[in-house]
Write a protein that binds this ligand. Structure first.
Ligand code: SF4
Ligand code: SF4
Length: 348
């Protein structure tokens, strides 16, 4: 596909700015999908690359900064990058594990027009501190620190959302987590993700197994009720849907087919390396493209995505109808695996 047409459509991007010479992030999250890009070790992006992105994406509105890969690795550069986007009329969002608490936030937001920060997203998967430390692979992240970050943002009117990823290990923690942040801080914005493409090729990480279909539908239903009860803005993960939902599911207009909204970009030594789907490029690196390419190869699934089931842990693939994880029966009910990026396309 002609790159100019495609890049003109991009309104949102997620940016990985480099690793600032480090092999690892500030955390060692066991479900991390972001540090896997080994080509990018020891490279730090620069402002010229940010300027190039702004030139190449004329309709960009929002830049979501994931940093190096977490913003706490190099908040100074993330701050410079954010300032550059803002100077050019864009809004910015930051995502952080909460590492180094308020100190990270101070550096990130230095001299920034705070009204241009769409939100700060905190990836907190559980409020059980032992589990949190285990998932983050870091003993230094505490709930107290996360509370301080939230208070810091609230005082400055920076919106905060909590972004938990659910695996089997924390599949029953979501209610307690919402009630904690809602009652303590009045936070009303939650975007849930379902983990497990994190576990591709690494099934030995037993606790990262995917939530079973029946359980995942139960969680969705409960989350809908909680969202209604507290009037929350919530993104509810849909990776498995029921037979009834499948009949209403519109997969004719998929994310990768229309490509052009949520572009992911890694600042690397040789290129601005891009993809519209991190699952696809994790499975097949040939789908990465350079922002300078004239012709861009996109996957164009006619029906269900042929690689979406790569998100499913092997134990679920084994009990599926085709051994690939596409259709699973549990308690006489049929569940379909769908691409997590299209979940909003279900027509109710
Ligand atoms: S903080 Fe983010 S980038 Fe860093 S290890 Fe954890 S998931 Fe990966
Ligand atoms: S998982 Fe498949 S359908 Fe979904 S965005 Fe990726 S390539 Fe497209």
């Amino acid at each position: 596909m002609n790159s100019k047409i495609l890049l003109n459509n991009v309104t949102d991007l997620t940016l990985y700015t480099g690793t600032n010479g480090r092999k690892y992030c500030t955390c060692k999250c066991i479900g991390c999908t972001q540090r896997n890009d080994e080509d990018n070790y020891a490279y730090q992006g620069n402002i010229k690359q940010i300027e190039k992105i702004i030139r190449k994406l004329p309709n960009l509105k929002n830049a979501y900064l994931l940093g190096n890969p977490d913003v706490s690795v190099d908040p100074e550069f993330c701050n410079l990058a954010a300032n550059k986007f803002i100077e050019n009329g864009k809004k910015v969002m930051f995502s952080t594990s909460g590492f180094n608490g308020v100190e990270t936030l101070k550096k990130l937001t230095k001299n920034i027009d705070l009204s241009k920060i769409e939100y700060v997203s905190l990836s907190v998967d559980t409020i059980n501190e032992d589990k949190l430390k285990k998932l983050k692979g870091n003993k230094n992240i505490t709930l107290e620190q996360i509370d301080e970050v939230i208070n810091y943002c609230k005082k400055r009117k920076i919106p905060v959302k909590i972004q938990p990823t659910l695996w089997r290990i924390n599949q029953d923690d979501y209610q307690e987590l919402i009630e904690y942040f809602y009652k303590k801080h009045g936070l009303n914005w939650y975007t849930f993700h379902t983990g497990s493409f994190e576990a591709i090729g690494d099934e030995k990480i037993d606790i990262l197994k995917h939530i079973e279909p029946e359980k995942s539908v139960e969680i969705r239903e409960k989350l809908i009720r909680i969202a209604q009860k507290y009037n929350l803005k919530m993104n509810i993960p849909k990776v498995f849907i029921t037979e009834e939902e499948y009949d209403l599911y519109d997969n004719s207009n998929t994310y990768c087919r229309v490509g052009g909204r949520g572009l992911q970009i890694w600042l690397t030594r040789d290129a601005l390396k891009c993809t519209f789907c991190p699952i696809l490029t994790k499975v097949n690196k040939n789908y990465f493209f350079n922002i300078d390419d004239e012709d861009i190869k996109l996957l164009n699934p006619k029906l269900d995505c042929p690689i979406a089931n790569n998100c499913i842990s092997n134990d679920l693939k084994q009990i599926s109808e085709d051994n690939k994880g596409n259709i699973i029966f549990q308690n006489n009910k049929k569940y379909f695996n769908i691409c997590r990026y299209y979940s909003k396309k279900i027509k109710y």
